[in-house]
Design a protein around this ligand. Structure first.
Ligand SMILES: Cc1cc2nc3c(=O)[nH]c(=O)nc-3n(C[C@H](O)[C@H](O)[C@H](O)COP(=O)(O)O)c2cc1C
Length: 197
C-alpha cells in the first residue's frame, strides 16, 4: 500500500512539475512579429493590434489578421504587433485590439503587462479577444478587467477556440477556418460600435 501511495505521489508531483514547466516556458517564449493590413486609399483611420505569440500554434496571429482584413474593407488600416515588437510610434490609433492566449484559465502574462504598463488607454476604444483551447471565460473576464482598470473603453469582446466549436451549427467545417471567418465578419459590428460612440 505504501509503495502504491509513494508511486502515486511521485506521478502526481512529476505531472505538476511538467505542467508548471510547460506553463512557464509557454509564457516566456514566442516569436516577435509585425505585420500591416492597409486599405486601398491608405486610410488615416488606424487600428493597433497587440498579442503575445503562442509558441505552439498561431491562432492568435490568424485571428488578428482576419479581423484586420475585415476592418480594412471598412476603411481601417491595421498594425499587428507582438508585445515584443511594439514601438511607441505605433501607439496613436483610433482603435486598440488586445488578443490574449489563455494559460491556466488566465490571460497570458505579456498581454496583461503590456496593457498595465506599456500604453495609455485612458478613454480609448478597445476590443478584447480571448483565445484558448475551450475554457476561456475567466481569462476573458480578467482581460476585460485589466483594460477597464487601464481606463480603456471596451466596445466589443469575444472568445475564439482551437478545440471547442466556434459555431455549433458548422461542426462539419474546420474549426480554425470558422473562427477566422467569424473574426473577419465581426469587423462590421465593431465599426458600427465605433460610429455609435
Ligand atoms: C500551459 C498551457 C495552459 C493552457 N491553459 C488553457 C486554459 O486554461 N484554457 C484554454 O482554453 N486553453 C488553454 N491552453 C491552450 C492555449 O490557450 C491555446 O493553445 C491557444 O490559446 C490557442 O491559440 P494559439 O494558436 O494562439 O496558441 C493552454 C495551453 C498551454 C500550453
Amino acid at each position: 500500500m505504501i509503495i502504491f501511495l509513494r508511486t502515486l505521489l511521485f506521478i502526481l508531483v512529476s505531472l505538476m512539475l511538467l505542467w508548471g514547466g510547460t506553463s512557464i516556458v509557454t509564457q516566456i517564449i514566442g516569436n516577435a512579429e509585425t505585420s500591416y493590413v492597409t486599405t486601398k486609399n491608405n486610410s488615416p483611420k488606424k487600428v493597433l493590434f497587440v498579442y503575445k505569440a503562442d509558441p505552439f500554434y498561431n491562432l492568435d496571429q490568424q485571428i488578428c489578421q482576419s479581423l484586420a482584413e475585415g476592418l480594412s474593407e471598412l476603411g481601417y488600416s491595421s498594425s499587428i504587433v507582438t508585445t515584443k515588437n511594439f514601438e511607441p510610434s505605433l501607439a496613436k490609433a483610433n482603435l486598440y485590439v488586445f488578443c490574449t492566449n489563455t494559460y491556466n484559465f488566465a490571460p497570458d502574462w505579456d498581454t496583461k503587462k503590456f496593457i498595465q504598463n506599456k500604453i495609455n488607454l485612458k478613454g480609448k476604444k478597445t476590443v478584447a479577444i480571448t483565445l484558448g483551447a475551450g475554457t476561456t471565460a475567466r481569462a476573458k473576464r480578467l482581460l476585460e478587467k485589466s483594460i477597464q482598470q487601464a481606463g480603456g473603453e471596451i466596445i466589443a469582446s469575444k472568445e475564439f477556440w482551437l478545440m471547442r466549436p466556434n459555431d455549433e451549427s458548422r461542426m462539419d467545417e474546420d474549426n480554425v477556418t470558422v473562427a477566422n471567418e467569424i473574426a473577419k465578419n465581426w469587423a462590421t459590428d465593431i465599426v458600427q460600435k465605433i460610429n455609435a460612440f
